[in-house]
Design a protein around this ligand. Structure first.
Ligand code: ZN
Ligand code: ZN
Length: 462
């Protein structure tokens, strides 16, 4: 693996060259800023896959922050309905009417620390008061107003809670959030779990929960919080008992643990300026305390996917067969390496997709093989750039085939953050792609036994 890894790391070290005096796009559009970023990644923004990327990224940022332009008052004002008999003036919790809970509201926000979207399941409970109830759909509409901003979980929970309390004046509000943030590639690598490879998929996410409450939910004598939790449990949602979020928030965004000072980001000041200009275009203030390091962190994220000038060094990959798992099919030995984790950047949306790659291959007559670190290097090499999943799958298959010269089959499974942030996909849903070359293409038995090996590993790995 040495040669390949070094080849890759070497490729990351040269400073980025900027031609033609680009300059900071302070007065430009988000689209202009994205073009600057693409150039910084060593890409040609006129190539086919990227031509519409600036437009898509700008649209996603605008839609993802539309909440700044929305007013809760407009949503709530025509949706308060008179409901007699809710107030009987007795007691506290049960006295102003019953508990109302809307569960499993799927939302997403852009992380204010790194500008990547994170996924949210939001649960809202409130106790109506003053003989008024709010149309149920408005609870999720109000939550979405605050999700569609640059956020972090704790503040989001507080803002939703306060907005509902202020706009409908109920006896109390409880907001609970479960949030998932993508892991950074650096951390993804550290978290490889060879004992349970498929758990690496789960380790691609940082999870946290946050909650906020007002009124009757904060009264010590009230059992409403427990009842709220109990109603969530019906749906299989189990909130952390101590979800006030204090401890977890610090490490919530993985980019916060990156040391930006020691970074070579000074050479990326044009890119950092471009990201700051995006923030301004979104009516955000880049000097707001929480946003001060954000352009740096976003650029740092992007630089993981810089186009490298080096070709993959395919020599040095072959090893003699050793203790590798393999099985015999029709006289041929098939090797499979499963659950090799990867994180790539979708070139259409400039957002990550991440998951695992499974590789099956026939050994050649010369008994050449690639060991797991070698395959992981191939996966890493092709994923650390602007990509689409179909091409990634094909390129990995071709690279392995190039070395071994026999049949290769590759299955990639991924979560696409761009799909999550467009509401198409939820955390946990998955896109699979497959590439089949050589002997595998003609051998249905080999194909099905490889697929079976994958499903077995998924079933037992957790
Ligand atoms: Zn973040
Ligand atoms: Zn995409």
């Amino acid at each position: 693996m040495g040669a390949l890894e070094e080849g890759h790391f070497d490729a990351e070290s040269p400073a980025i060259a900027f031609g033609g005096g680009g300059g900071a796009p302070a007065a430009g559009t988000i689209e202009d800023a994205v073009r600057v970023l693409l150039k910084g990644l060593g890409e040609d923004s006129d190539r086919e896959g990227l031509r519409k990327t600036p437009m898509r990224v700008a649209k996603a940022f605008r839609e993802g922050t539309i909440g700044y332009k929305q007013k809760v008052k407009d949503i709530v004002q025509d949706a308060l309905f008179h409901e007699a008999g809710l107030d009987n003036g007795v007691g506290q919790a049960g006295g102003s009417g019953g508990l109302v809970v809307v569960r499993d509201i799927d939302l997403f926000s852009y992380c204010e620390s790194c500008l990547l979207p994170f996924s949210i399941q939001c649960h809202v409970g409130y106790v109506p008061s003053g003989r008024r109830v709010l149309g149920l759909s408005k609870l999720s509409r109000v939550a979405d107003v605050y999700a569609k901003r640059l956020q972090e979980p704790k503040r989001l929970a507080h803002e939703i809670c306060a907005a509902l309390q202020n706009s409908i004046a109920p006896a109390g509000v409880f907001v609970a959030l479960q949030c998932w943030h993508i892991q950074f590639p650096e951390a993804l690598k550290l978290n490889l779990n060879p004992g349970h490879p498929s758990r690496s998929i789960m380790q691609g996410w940082v999870r946290t929960s946050a909650s906020s409450s007002t009124g009757v939910f904060t009264e010590k004598s009230s059992s409403l919080c427990e009842e709220f939790r109990a109603l969530l449990k019906f749906r299989g949602v189990s909130l952390d008992s101590n979800d006030s979020g204090g401890s977890s928030i610090h490490s919530w965004c993985p980019s916060k643990s990156l040391d930006l000072r020691s970074d070579s980001l000074a050479s990326h000041s044009i890119l950092v300026d471009a990201v700051a200009s995006i923030l301004r275009s979104l009516d955000e203030d880049p000097s707001r305390k929480e946003l001060v390091g954000t352009p740096y962190r976003y650029v740092r994220w992007l630089m993981n996917f810089r186009r490298s000038n080096f070709d993959l060094m395919k020599n040095g990959l072959t090893n003699q067969l050793e203790n590798v798992d393999r099985y015999i099919r029709g006289g041929n030995v098939i090797n499979s390496e499963l659950n090799l984790p990867f994180c790539a950047q979708c070139e259409h949306h400039l957002l990550p997709f991440h998951g695992v790659v499974h590789i099956g291959f026939f050994y050649g007559t010369e008994r050449k093989a690639i060991d797991r670190p070698g395959l992981q290097s191939i996966v890493h090499f092709y994923s650390c750039k602007l990509q689409v999943q179909e091409r990634l799958t094909k390129q990995i298959a071709e690279a392995v085939h190039f070395v071994l010269g026999n049949g290769v089959m590759v299955v990639a499974e991924a979560n696409h953050i761009c799909m999550i942030s467009r509401g198409v996909e939820k955390v946990g849903s998955n896109t699979a792609t497959m590439a089949v070359i050589g002997q595998f293409a003609m051998d249905a038995t080999a194909k099905s036994s490889f697929l079976e090996a994958i499903s077995k590993s998924t079933a037992t790995g957790g």
